[in-house]
Design a protein around this ligand. Structure first.
Ligand SMILES: NC(=O)C1=CN([C@@H]2O[C@H](COP(=O)(O)OP(=O)(O)OC[C@H]3O[C@@H](n4cnc5c(N)ncnc54)[C@H](O)[C@@H]3O)[C@@H](O)[C@H]2O)C=CC1
Ligand SMILES: O=C([O-])CC(=O)C(=O)O
Length: 320
């Protein structure tokens, strides 16, 4: 059987890390694409030269012509710009929206059957625009944020409780911005919800709130340290987990920015919700019950994504 083909649209910090991880995991042959000619070719060659040492088999090529992504099974989109200290993700909207228009046209022409994972920020608005620009089925276009935000929450919780990261589960829903919604009730240590751990005296409500706030600020914390750009190792690992679930039909239950057509009372928007990802793309959206406070936090987050979609429509009226 021929290998899968993975197209990485954008070959910057996340794109290069994605290529390395996809190679190490033997997910398929990899095409790196970028408008900065030479970068995708150079990174592809460099990673390919690590394959004899690491012992993986994959063809890695680089290109700055969209025809190279022809027939891709998975496209992971990181094309655009990243924020620097002092900026919010939303400040990237104008410039990255134009990039999504070009990327959408390229995917529509050359990889219409692909499972598309968008990473470019501001995430929920960009994946919404990318689906419209590409015209691909809504279940085949998804945004990566929830796996990353949940992974940050899991790490901080494992450090707090001095337990393995493997025994901590977490769900962070809503938009990938300051209003994201880390759900304590649906996050667990060894299957025990965090709300019960508070009752058991493992952690105070106040300390848990600090950890939740650190999770919300997780991206900004890295931007503040790096100063030249934003996080890339954990974002790449998160998107690879989603791609692998699709390619291997693993049916993982993963939070992702998925198209909502009435679920959670939201219509024609992408927002972070629990999903099942398998060979059919987003195979199911899981509708969990919210209590009053969770519902309010989710609605606030949805409203902030909605205002970003409105800003996109003001720039590109065809998105309406
Ligand atoms: N969804 C999430 O959870 C996360 C999202 N991000 C976002 O991911 C994006 C990429 O981040 P990095 O890889 O660190 O940035 P980067 O600047 O290292 O790479 C972006 C690449 O896109 C390329 N590019 C720009 N315009 C293009 C176009 N029209 N067509 C093709 N390629 C184009 C650039 O040449 C550059 O190589 C940013 O928007 C960042 O904010 C970053 C971390 C997490
Ligand atoms: O913070 C940023 O700009 C990049 C990002 O989305 C993250 O790391 O969560």
């Amino acid at each position: 059987m021929a290998r899968n083909k993975i197209a990485l649209i954008g070959s910057g910090m996340i794109g290069g890390t994605l290529a390395h991880l996809a190679g190490l995991k033997e997910l398929g042959d990899i095409v790196l694409f970028d408008i900065a000619d030479g970068i995708p070719q150079g990174k592809g060659l460099d990673i390919a030269q690590s394959s004899p040492v690491e012992g993986f088999n994959a063809n890695l090529t680089g290109a700055s012509d969209y025809s190279a992504i022809e027939g891709a099974d998975v496209c992971i989109v990181t094309a655009g710009v990243a924020r620097k200290p002092g900026m919010s993700r939303d400040d990237l909207l104008g410039i990255n929206l134009k990039v999504m228009e070009q990327v959408g046209a390229g995917i529509k022409k050359y990889a219409p059957n692909a499972f598309v994972i968008c990473i470019t920020n501001p995430l929920d608005a960009m994946v919404w625009a990318l689906q419209k620009f590409s015209g691909l089925p809504k279940n085949m276009v998804v945004g990566m944020a929830g796996v990353l935000d949940s992974s940050r929450f899991r790490l901080f919780l494992s450090q707090e409780f001095n337990v393995s990261v493997q025994d901590v589960t977490a769900f962070v829903l809503g938009g990938h911005g300051d209003t994201m919604v880390p759900l304590a009730r649906y996050s667990t240590v060894g299957g025990i919800p965090l709300t019960d751990l508070v009752k058991m005296g493992w952690v105070t409500k106040e300390r848990l709130e600090e950890i939740i706030q650190r999770t919300r600020d997780g991206g900004a914390e890295i931007v503040g340290l790096l100063k030249t750009g934003s996080a890339y190792y954990a974002p790449a690992a998160s998107a690879i987990e989603m791609a692998e679930s699709f390619l291997k039909d693993k049916k993982r239950v993963l939070p992702a920015a998925a198209h909502l057509s009435g679920q959670y009372g939201v219509k024609d928007m992408y927002v972070g919700v629990p999903t099942i990802i398998g060979a059919g793309g987003i195979e199911r959206i899981i509708e969990v019950e919210f209590n009053k406070a969770e519902q309010e936090a989710f609605e606030k987050s949805v409203a902030s994504v909605a205002s970003l979609c409105e800003a996109c429509i003001a720039i590109a009226p065809s998105l309406k």
